[in-house]
Design a protein around this ligand. Structure first.
Ligand SMILES: Nc1ncnc2c1ncn2[C@@H]1O[C@H](COP(=O)(O)OP(=O)(O)O)[C@@H](O)[C@H]1O
Ligand SMILES: [Mg+2]
Length: 321
């Protein structure tokens, strides 16, 4: 697997009633074929980073490569698609006309365009809405037609800026499934979001941005696992319980069963061996996880003073206030 995005020291400052370092010395590595979650509260610098990756604005320092091309290069634009945060489409067009229009922009010949438009409308579940004007589309339908539009040139990589913000739960699931199907086709997806639940379910790796700086990165599994496992067993003698208590420290009784919490793999194996050797009944061994939201609040909560801490969806940082 090659590297899809590589950024080093990417920095962008804005001057507006003082200086704002929107993106601060950001290093980023996204692998080909993965769904990468780019997380952070409002104002963290996500959109600014995306614009630099696309070459829509220029960094004050640092550099970025996308699919092996310098950010913003013509060759890069042919293989990367972008769905902005608030896409604007001429809403008197029908869904079919919109996609046809973008197909023309990319120079697809008429017959191919026709085929491609129908394929894409199928893919995003808008086949029956092809002839409806966009002004009759719901917000979820607009996002889906936006994704179809971004796919018209069969890009290798897609960059989505907050594709699920403002959508209802059903539309969320639809967009999520759609994004997963893109990965299944081998495409790289760079997904900016402040909706943690989406990201947790769909992303291979994530990074969390706050005040323009990366404050956490890793696979969702790594970030949410605590390395602790809760083992439940029955039919243990007091002798075995004592041994388990020595091993694990924490042994409690729950509904007639013994619950042991171990903190590493070696103790997990030893505990299971003890239970088996004592002819106990092993009921379950469950890894304990935190939600990504807990990880996020913990991370952002530690990052600076004077901030309201809540769930990420409600967390806002107005740095110009
Ligand atoms: N064109 C601009 N002029 C001045 N400040 C800006 C501009 N664009 C973004 N900013 C500031 O940069 C910071 C990062 O913004 P942005 O990248 O839009 O964050 P996000 O997409 O994570 O919500 C914010 O403090 C924002 O106010
Ligand atoms: Mg943004």
């Amino acid at each position: 697997m090659g590297v899809a995005i590589k950024a080093e020291g990417l920095t962008k400052r804005f001057y507006q009633r003082g200086e704002v370092v929107a993106v601060d010395q950001l290093d980023l590595e996204v692998m080909e074929g993965e769904i990468f979650g780019f997380l952070g509260p409002n104002g963290a610098g996500k959109t600014t980073t995306i614009k630099m990756l696309l070459g829509l604005i220029f960094p004050d320092a640092g550099r970025a490569e996308v699919l092996g091309f310098p950010a913003g290069a013509q060759e890069m634009r042919r293989v990367v698609s972008y769905l902005p945060e608030n896409p604007y489409f001429y809403d008197y067009l029908t869904g079919g006309e919109l996609l046809d229009f973008y197909g023309r922009l990319f120079g697809l010949p008429s017959a191919e365009r026709k085929k491609r438009v129908d394929q894409l409308l199928d893919l995003v579940g808008l086949r029956n809405d092809k002839a409806k004007q966009l002004k009759q589309y719901s917000k979820g339908m607009m996002q889906r037609v936006g994704i179809a539009q971004a796919l018209i040139n069969d890009p290798k990589m897609l960059i989505f800026d907050e594709p699920t913000s403002g959508l209802d739960p059903v539309a969320h699931i639809e967009i999520r499934n759609l994004i997963e199907s893109l990965r299944d086709q081998g495409k790289t997806v760079f997904l900016s979001s402040h909706q943690l639940s989406d990201v947790e379910l769909v992303c291979d790796r994530i990074c969390i941005l706050n005040f323009g700086k990366m404050v956490k990165a890793g696979s969702v599994g790594e970030l949410t696992s605590q390395g602790r496992t809760e083992i439940t067993a029955k039919g243990l003698s007091s002798d075995t319980r004592e041994k388990l208590a020595k091993l694990a420290g924490s042994v409690v009784e729950r509904e007639g069963a013994v619950v042991v919490t171990v903190t590493d793999e070696a103790s997990l194996n030893t505990a299971v061996d003890m239970i088996r050797a004592a002819s106990g009944v092993l009921i379950s061994a469950i890894p304990l996880r935190r939600s990504l939201e807990e990880v996020f609040v913990e991370t952002i909560g530690l990052a600076g003073p004077g901030r309201r801490i809540g769930t990420m969806n409600t967390l806002t940082q107005d740095r110009t206030a």
